[in-house]
Design a protein around this ligand. Sequence first.
Ligand SMILES: *Cc1c(COP(=O)(O)O)cnc(C)c1O
Length: 383
Amino acid sequence: MSSLAAALAQRQRDRLYRRRRIADSPPGPEVVLDGHKLLSFASNDYLGLANHPELVSAYAHGARRYGAGSGAAHLLGGHSRAHHALEEELAEFTGRPRALLFSTGFMANLGTVTALAGRGDAVFGDRLNHASLVDAARASGAVFKRFRHADMAHLATLLEQQPGRLKLVLTDGVFSMDGDIAPLEHLARLCRQHQAWLMVDDAHGMGVLGRHGGGSLQQAGLNHHQVPVLMGTLGKAFGVFGAFVAGEDTLIEYLIQQARSYVYTTALPPAVAEAARASLKRVREDHWRRERLAELVTRFRHGATQLGLPLPASHTPIQPLIIGSSEEALKVSEYLLSRGIWAPAIRPPTVPKGSARLRITITAAHRPEHIDRLLAALEESRP
Ligand SMILES: *Cc1c(COP(=O)(O)O)cnc(C)c1O
């Protein structure tokens, strides 16, 4: 245990130590954390749906009808009519033949990549991919090559040089700590040239991007022939919990047989599936949520530019303010906290060394005056 204690102490000295704050409120623009009322810019509830009365009521009805838990894995009786209906609705929503529910996005990535790729295969991943895609690639036993962020020339070289029975390319649709969108059309073209499969993790695009909220692939006009594997999550813009993979019938049947994080785990509570179905309705119909979100993002970017704050070119709700050192990032975050604003400092290893940042997320539930309060506090935070 003393080696663990030493590692913890080092982490503290490096200003990389993380701690949890206790929430006493539902997600929303105003939260109670560690007993303090705060204006929050930290949530992934991009459309402001997590506490929507229709979702909460669907959850309660689902629990009354099906009980609190599913009682078993999907293959052993735990696959309820609610799960099945949600899968069919998600397939239709994404314009793909079928969808398969997983309990979390982490498990969807892990189960899918390890089912598809193994020894003798090659997996390629963007350097800024989410940790769950990185771990999935490593766990697969395939050769794993990482390409420089969004660098298609680098990926092309790796695809040419690396032999593999199957070649599988992994990318986030929207990068979780930077907010930029992957060069999806280019990726799809390159994968076709090299007979590689493309898998897109759209945890942050689903619900937010595309005309009907169908995500980054809908926005780019790419279908399941061009991008055979799509992963989406239900815990971010959908405001609930869970994840899914959508694609061709054969892919889904294969995953049902082979994805270990699907087979060997308890199915989501059916009530969660009912809440997600209610959420899907809001995602599809409430265009105004995406419109309001876009307006607030524009307001923030406009104000930040006027203040001379260095914002990368992100047009998604993820607006990183890159600061550099962990120490400085923590200082700014703590200053905001003293002004009643919650915007956590994101530090290595979540982001590359020297690029610690505030990860500011904007949601459709924010109001213009919330954005203005954030901008005013950011202005005051500067030395
Ligand atoms: C959050 C996230 C996941 C994991 O999804 P969970 O449902 O929270 O496990 C996967 N990929 C990306 C890009 C994410 O941001």
